[in-house]
Design a protein around this ligand. Structure first.
Ligand SMILES: C[S@@+](CC[C@H](N)C(=O)[O-])C[C@H]1O[C@@H](n2cnc3c(N)ncnc32)[C@H](O)[C@@H]1O
Length: 338
């Protein structure tokens, strides 16, 4: 007899069959198989990245019985995947559960998977917490593939550079990936090398505020309120045809506070100043507590204050492996013609 968890996995898998077929036909073998928050088990996610089956828990760990059910279900449904479990239900979303030595070795092995014909690396375990590609952003990367040919692109908070690689792949003239974490950019460089990119992308390791102020031509002072700022790379004033702004929820540095719930405009204003007149700014916000409507209003007001007109706004929704019952997916992506 099936237990309730297996029933939920089965329902989610059945609901995804048409999507999975389409994704496979598009040379994509990475997708969310089970999105617990909307499919009956909040805090549990199960993703496929090529031959890796990654189970993560965010609220409470699952027991050995549930793990066996998950592994058995997918061993039958999608044979041949290596199953790794990461419990992130404790403070700061840190992975805390130990793995047996042989499984840990498998988890730490770099593996390749593909999305929309682009190759990426993933590891079940690495020095950070998040997998190396956020799957709900596939919709954003898909749009970049349609938008970026012939354009100069600034990828802010680039992480492992998925957006920049998608842009370069379809013929962007110039791509700058910007992130303050060297380890993330290193994965981005490795990802870039896996693909036959027609241009050499640029990687800038910098705080985003310091970089955007310089690119926008405002400049980043080296002393602020009598205090010497940490060193930062010097950049010339430069604006881009397409700017992708996908900040984390909260991050504080000497240069500013990233707070997408309480102060999105602080980021958007600078990003707008880095976007050419007549260009495109893609803004992202993954804070579930901010509704589309409230956020859209903030974007409108911020543009007005900055003296820029939003000529058109379009929502890009996550794809069907991130189902939402209320039309309010946590990840909101707004494409703005500015
Ligand atoms: C949510 S991830 C971005 C995801 C990415 N846009 C993608 O498509 O995969 C957040 C990234 O922001 C970077 N980050 C956080 N605060 C930063 C700051 N002040 N300046 C530059 N990068 C920052 C982190 O290192 C991390 O790589």
């Amino acid at each position: 007899m099936n237990n309730p968890l297996t029933d939920l996995l089965q329902a989610a898998f059945a609901a995804r069959q048409p999507l999975i077929e389409r994704l496979h036909a598009e040379d994509t073998n990475a997708y969310r198989l089970f999105n617990g928050s909307t499919e009956g088990h909040p805090g549990l996610t199960i993703d496929r990245y090529g031959d890796l089956l990654l189970t993560q828990t965010f609220h409470a760990p699952i027991d050995a019985h549930d793990r066996a059910d998950i592994e058995n279900f997918y061993a039958a449904a999608l044979p041949g995947l290596v199953a790794i479990y990461n419990d992130r239900s404790r403070a700061n979303s840190r992975i805390v559960n130990p793995l047996p030595a042989d499984i840990l070795a498998e988890a730490q092995k770099p593996r390749e998977f593909h999305e929309l014909g682009i190759r990426y690396l993933v590891q079940g375990r690495h020095a950070g917490q998040d997998p190396w590609l956020f799957l709900d952003m596939r919709a954003g990367r898909r749009r970049i593939l349609q938008e970026a040919a012939g354009k100069s692109v600034l990828n802010l908070f680039a992480y492992t550079c998925g957006v920049g690689i998608a842009a370069a792949k379809v013929g962007a003239t110039h791509v700058v990936n910007l992130d303050f974490a060297e380890t993330n950019l290193k994965v981005g460089k490795d990802n870039g090398r896996l693909n036959d990119l027609p241009i050499r992308m640029r990687f800038v390791q910098s705080d985003a505020f310091a970089a955007m102020r310089q690119l926008a031509g405002i400049g980043q002072p080296t002393m602020v309120r009598g205090k010497k700022m940490p060193a930062f790379p010097k950049l010339e004033k430069h604006s881009f045809d397409l700017v992708f702004l996908d900040p984390p929820r909260y991050a504080k540095s000497a240069f500013g506070v990233v707070d997408i719930v309480n102060d999105y405009p602080a980021l958007m204003k600078l990003a707008l100043l880095c976007t050419n007149e007549g260009g495109t700014l893609v803004c992202c916000n993954n804070a579930a507590q901010i509704s589309r409507e409230v956020w859209a209003d903030q974007l409108e007001r911020c543009a007005k204050k900055a003296g820029r007109t939003i000529r058109a706004m379009e929502w890009i929704a996550p794809e069907g492996d991130f189902p939402s019952h209320d039309g309010q997916p946590p990840l909101k992506i707004a494409l703005l013609r500015v």
